[in-house]
Design a protein around this ligand. Structure first.
Ligand SMILES: Cc1cc2nc3c(=O)[nH]c(=O)nc-3n(C[C@H](O)[C@H](O)[C@H](O)COP(=O)(O)O)c2cc1C
Length: 328
């Protein structure tokens, strides 16, 4: 799949997730096989650009290209200005958020709430595309609610106004994250437009990835929650798509090495205190698959310092690896 001048290879992309896809996580996912990793959304309101949080979100130093930055808002002129500002800060792709169902975002008429107002969607897309030289992508849901699945209209508006690629999450705004993603609407969108389409929603295994590509005909996949605590999902999916064969699960020793590296990056990026706090949710995700992990989570969540968090994590994975060696 191409987005403007960029070849996205493999066509497996880390979805934007506020509070998750920060620079340390994006770098990790790219290293483990993601063809592209989209930033957390940045607010289009310039009053919020100089907060510590925004400045961290706009830090792309050392990030491999293409750097894709998501912007969220409702005012075409403000979004255009935000796009220009982010390009000046290193963004090589601008992604517009029309997929987020969060109240905080929708109450001010942004995110997926915009899908209700097609003329406004057209104005926003045009304003942003005209504002920057870099490719602009759009992320949407299948519609506002199940009676109003207008993804096809939105997709045509996107194409007509110069959007370079379209990501579709197979749920409506009213569905929030409930039920299972529905891929028929994504297939209809793909059949109706010439621009590349990324299919998103509930891709958690290599087999599901193959299935979603087959039933939608999409050009690429976008993976969100399936990458939480499993950043190696990208290499697993890429390998399966290329060969039809499943890679072995990573050994505990490798998971430990990946996790410890991730923790170090979090401390370096956020500083020790915030790094320890932010690391907790990632530790919980890495530990979610094994039954013995509940105890680990309880203990490691109490760690207050870098030293303690690292020691508990190192000891735990060393014990797991030793247990595996004994069992073998
Ligand atoms: C914690 C979290 C934060 C998210 N933040 C954003 C966001 O900032 N922008 C956006 O467009 N979508 C956001 N999403 C939606 C995801 O990008 C994705 O569309 C959704 O999770 C469905 O894909 P999945 O089933 O692979 O997780 C978020 C989802 C989660 C779980």
């Amino acid at each position: 799949m191409r987005i403007g001048p960029y070849l996205i290879d493999p066509p497996v992309v880390l979805a934007p997730m506020a509070g998750v896809t920060d620079k340390p996580f994006r770098l990790l996912c790219k290293r483990l096989g993601a063809g592209l990793a989209v930033s957390e959304m940045t607010n289009a309101d310039p009053r919020l650009w100089h907060t510590r949080k925004s400045l961290q979100r706009m830090d792309h130093e050392g990030e491999p290209e293409p750097v894709s930055v998501q912007i969220a808002g409702y005012d075409p002129a403000m979004l255009a200005e935000a796009a220009r500002f982010n390009v000046a800060n290193g963004a090589q792709i601008i992604d517009i958020n029309m997929g987020c169902p969060a109240k905080k975002v929708c109450n001010v008429w942004s995110g997926s709430a915009l899908l209700q107002d097609e003329p406004l969607v057209a104005r926003i897309v045009k304003a942003v595309v005209d504002a920057v030289e870099v490719p602009v992508t759009l992320k949407i849901r299948t519609g506002w609610d199940r009676q109003n699945r207008n993804a096809l209209n939105i997709a045509r508006i996107a194409q007509d106004n110069g959007i370079a690629a379209l990501a579709v999450h197979g749920r409506t705004r009213a569905d929030k994250y409930e039920g299972e993603a529905e891929y028929a609407t994504i297939a209809a969108v793909k059949a109706a437009v010439r621009i590349p389409v990324l299919a998103n929603g509930d891709v958690n295994t290599p087999q599901q990835a193959r299935h979603v590509l087959d039933v939608t005909g999409a050009d690429a996949l976008m993976i969100g929650r399936g990458a939480q605590g499993r950043p190696w999902i990208f290499r697993e999916v890429a390998h399966y798509l290329a060969t039809g064969e499943l890679l072995a699960e990573p050994e505990p020793a490798e998971v430990g090495t990946i996790l410890l590296g991730h923790l170090e990056q979090l401390y370096a990026f956020y500083g020790e205190q915030a790094g320890v706090r932010i690391a907790r949710k990632h530790l919980g995700w890495y530990a979610k698959d094994r039954p013995e992990n509940a105890a680990f989570r309880q203990v490691v969540n109490r760690a207050e310092t870098v030293h303690e968090q690292l020691r508990l994590t190192r000891d735990y994975f060393a014990a797991l690896a030793a247990g595996d060696r004994l069992a073998a």
